[in-house]
Design a protein around this ligand. Structure first.
Ligand code: KIV
Length: 290
């Protein structure tokens, strides 16, 4: 019989954490080594975000990211995880189509090793969420600044600042909870609104640019370690400047190659002295016929 791993974070564990008042720590990962690092650092939820589009694939938004690209990265991340809960982001428009096809798309992530999927949007996503839950697929919601809706929003703007918009977000959060999602990401909304939503829900909220009162926090890993190219939103805390460290390492390597300092003796292989001498005595004309 397979041994049960008591350290394994599951969907029920995440809901339990809110009841116990324990904060939920989440980060994105798109590849095997990062997933392994995060898993070994006891991160609760690892999200294969469609932010892979901006961060890794060089797209200007998450909208061009395809199912095949998401599945490729989800499989790599799954190979690096033992204990963290692995959630995969469903890309645009993989869950905006016929419900049957949306569920089929979600099952592909589960087959790839994800333990749940994240989908963006409120009330209008309820039918597809219910169909996914019927197919035994845990669903994480995502409200606020949902990057797949940037064309509708007119850019990356903080959401829910006015009463009417804030009210819709509170209602959407309650509707998603009722539909059965196990948690909701709240992105780029005022902290007071995130606090109200968090207090109204039994399921955990995971904030990104939503202040300190959410039940958990998520950041894009590359933003946290200073490896993201370009603009960083105000809500990011950069714990490291890896871009600077990596650039220095590349410049040092380049210098060493140009100056003949790399590779050194300890980075090279050796021949036995007698083999070296024999090789040096070889005359080309004697050995042209093989
Ligand atoms: O795609 C992503 O990385 C996300 C998180 C930032 C929540 O959706």
């Amino acid at each position: 019989m397979e041994k049960i791993n008591s350290e394994k974070i599951t969907v029920p564990c995440i809901i339990e954490k809110k009841k116990k008042g324990e904060k939920i720590v989440c980060l994105t990962a798109y590849d095997y080594p990062t997933a392994k690092l995060l898993d070994e650092s006891e991160i609760d939820i690892i999200l294969v975000g469609d932010s892979v589009g901006n961060v890794i694939l060089g797209y200007s938004s998450t909208i061009p990211v395809s199912m095949e690209e998401m599945l490729h990265h989800t499989k790599a991340v799954a190979r690096g995880i033992k204990n963290s809960l692995l959630i995969a982001d469903m890309p645009y428009p993989s869950f905006h189509i016929k419900i049957e096809d949306s569920v089929k798309n979600a099952t592909r992530f589960i087959k790839a090793g994800a333990e749940g999927v994240k989908i963006e949007g409120g009330k209008k996503r309820v039918p597809v969420i219910k169909a996914m839950l019927d197919a035994e697929i845990p669903v994480m919601g995502h409200l606020g600044l949902t990057p797949q809706s940037i064309h509708k929003f007119g850019g990356y703007k903080v959401q829910g600042k006015e009463f009417d918009d804030a009210k819709i977000l509170v209602e959407d959060a309650l509707i998603l909870e009722e539909a059965g999602v196990f948690s909701i990401v709240l992105e780029s909304i005022p902290l007071e609104l995130a606090e109200i939503i968090t207090k109204k829900l039994k399921i955990p909220t995971i904030g990104i640019g939503a202040g300190p009162y959410c039940d958990g926090q998520i950041l894009v890993f590359h933003d946290l370690v200073g490896l993201s190219p370009g603009y960083l939103p105000k809500f990011v805390r950069k714990y490291l400047n890896l871009q600077e460290l990596i650039s220095k390492a590349i410049r040092d390597y380049s210098e060493d190659v140009k100056n003949g300092k790399f590779p050194g003796d300890s980075e090279s292989y050796h021949l036995k002295e007698e083999i070296k001498e024999k090789l040096m005595k070889i005359n080309l004309w004697k050995h042209t016929k093989r």
